[in-house]
Design a protein around this ligand. Sequence first.
Ligand code: HPA
Length: 276
Amino acid sequence: MDSAALEHAVTSLRERLPFTPDVMLVLGSGLGALADAVEDRIEIPFAEVPGFPSAGVVGHAGRYVAGTLEGRTVLVQSGRFHVYEGHPASLVIAPIRIGAGLGIDTILLTNAAGGVNRGFVPGDIMLIEDHLNMMGRNPLIGDAAEGEERFPDMSVAYDAELRALAESVALERAVPLRRGVYAAVTGPTYETPAEIRMLSLLGADAVGMSTVPEVIAARARGMRVLAFSLITNHAAGISLDPLSHDEVLETGKAAAETFGGLVRGVLRRLGESDAG
Ligand code: HPA
């Protein structure tokens, strides 16, 4: 999507939302249940966002859900445009650019990921500390969008204060929290065992097919970023089991309550720290 199309989408959303959301929340595979907990909700299917593909083209593309969660106004993005679906990078990051265009300065992203770190087990939650962009392309290649840095600094892409806050919420709720580096690949194949050995040597703790383009887009707009991976499976070659999307979705469902609780706890504390 070009700048004019983005601006049109922002204007259209602004007309439909009675507030500027405090926080944007991006929900990954199997983690969408949190969208249903949003109060006083306004739902905007992606097919109704100017410039996004119509529903027929992409099936169940996703939706924005705006409303209140834990006392914060939120814009939830439930569903993503993935690189593996053949979408241009500019569409993959468009939902984030639109959020930034609305004036949102804080974003919390979630994804499902394979555990590359041999100490991780399915069901673990990993706080993303840093990432490896292994998608072979940077989503900002091309004209810089309105308000974006041309050469964004990525030295602390995942906000240190927000990470500390997440650690503190996890401790309070007795949710064991892993931390590590997320490697993003395009998919749609899962990795080979040799690729997982390579990613491990490069310093990855988890691997998935999303999030990094969006984090790059958010940083280019100066948004504060916090991100979690739900480890849904051992990465290829670490266990003998073949990988399946069903396993990913099932682990997502099983962990939904813990994961949702953690995200809600972070939202609540964000409100307190902003107020104080
Ligand atoms: N690899 C890549 N993406 C994933 C995985 C994985 O093992 N699990 C969930 N998303």
